[in-house]
Design a protein around this ligand. Structure first.
Ligand code: SAM
Length: 382
């Protein structure tokens, strides 16, 4: 049996995330908010009209998207016929007025673009590429079916995803982790693991059998640092437009005035630096196809509108307080800027994109780079 056949057999045995009819309500799932996906991928653009859910399992992700984009045409594919059959059954039982098209398809099949047609303006692929031995083929297929200006959301395992450590540890108890056998004993042992961990990816002992089969007992894992995922994406013609963790980490660092030595030329490099320092267990990434290749130093940054800045009246010493607020991240932050810096930031916010020549004009001074990073860290994308 090839590694791919083994992976497929696992999902055929235990379709993910399962057959619970509540998944049709689309309330659960760990997708980042659609507003973030749309804001980062397509600033100022209308809502996606044609969406591809790549590796949809039993449909949870597709149902979440449908709830947020009720008018969009949604096509959802998976290579497990049983998973697709469950998704279709759930959909029929829910009698959706505007159905999702579920279909069996392999993301690494070179014939995929011909099968799906093109013109997708949003592709979401959550928790799938980490289980595909050759994920570059899937990324190339996505590139072939995306509409110009569209975006790809990728949810993939990071270096600190616990699966591999967990497996070595479970093997020490004599458990055969590749088959999810002895499930009761496995759960007992996982309770010990859970008691010793209180990070984000915890609570294995009580997870559904299909999660355990995929995320603990699966036969293949790409648990990679961002550097590796980004290199893979670049090689297939994608560039990183945003990372869910980046604004949160930057906010923290900037609040502590620790951002100075982080000044870089691109968001991608910055996101990589932060992931190297604190490896993520799961990356939520937004990727775009570069429209026109531009030298890194002159790459335009766009405002996504995720943070709304309010410029207060200048104080007696001329300094201006800028209040940045994001209801999406539930964050608010004040920045005290010189009048020159405030002018530069306002220029960026009003233009919605770094004006041509802005980086050359301003980029040499440290103060201006700070503004640029304020702009980038608070929601602009490369
Ligand atoms: C962990 S599940 C995630 C399902 C869904 N994206 C979600 O978040 O609910 C991974 C899914 O990827 C599918 N998959 C794995 N390799 C695939 C491939 N080469 N082509 C299509 N689907 C694949 C599996 O069948 C499985 O349903």
């Amino acid at each position: 049996m090839t590694p791919v056949e083994k992976i497929k057999r696992n999902y055929e045995r235990l379709p993910y995330p399962g057959a619970d009819p509540r998944i049709v309500e689309g309330k659960g799932g760990s997708l980042p908010p659609l507003r973030w996906l749309q804001g980062l991928g397509r600033p100022g653009q209308p809502k996606p009209e044609r969406v591809l859910v790549a590796g949809c399992g039993t449909g949870a992700e597709a149902f979440v998207i449908r709830r947020h984009l009720p008018k969009a045409e949604i096509v959802a594919v998976d290579f497990s016929p049983r998973s697709i059959a469950v998704a279709q059954r759930l959909q029929r039982a829910a009698k959706l007025a505007r159905p999702i098209t579920f279909a069996v398809a392999d993301l690494t099949d070179p014939g995929l673009p011909a099968k799906l047609g093109d013109g997708f303006d949003l592709i979401t692929c959550h928790g799938v590429l980490s289980y595909i031995p050759e994920p570059a083929t899937a990324l190339e297929n996505f590139a072939a079916v995306l509409r110009p200006g569209g975006a790809l959301y990728l949810g993939v395992n990071g270096e600190s995803h616990p699966a591999l450590r967990l497996r070595t540890w479970l093997a020490g108890f004599g458990l055969d982790v590749e088959t999810l056998s002895e499930e009761r004993r496995l759960r007992e042992v996982l309770k010990i693991w859970d008691a010793l961990h209180d990070d984000d990816l915890q609570g294995f002992a009580s997870m559904s059998p299909s999660y355990l089969a995929s995320d603990v007992c699966g036969s293949h894992f790409n648990n990679w640092p961002l550097t590796r995922w980004r290199a893979l994406a670049n090689g297939s013609g994608w560039e990183l437009a945003g990372s869910w963790l980046l604004p949160l980490a930057l906010r923290l660092l900037m609040a502590g005035e620790m951002h100075r030595s982080l000044f870089q030329t691109g968001l991608g490099e910055l996101a990589e630096r932060l992931d190297q320092a604190r490896p993520a267990g799961f990356h939520k990434l937004l990727l775009r196809r570069p429209e026109t290749p531009a030298p890194t130093s002159e790459k335009a940054l766009r405002w996504t509108g995720i943070y709304s800045p309010r410029f207060l009246k200048p104080a007696a010493d001329g300094r201006v307080t800028v209040v940045l607020h994001s209801s999406l991240f539930n964050l608010s932050q004040d920045w005290s800027l010189t009048s020159r810096q405030a002018k530069a930031l306002r220029e960026l916010v009003d233009a919605g994109v770094t004006p041509k020549g802005w980086l050359t004009q301003w980029g040499r001074s440290e103060a201006a780079r700070r503004i640029l990073w304020l702009w980038a860290g608070f929601g602009a994308v490369a």
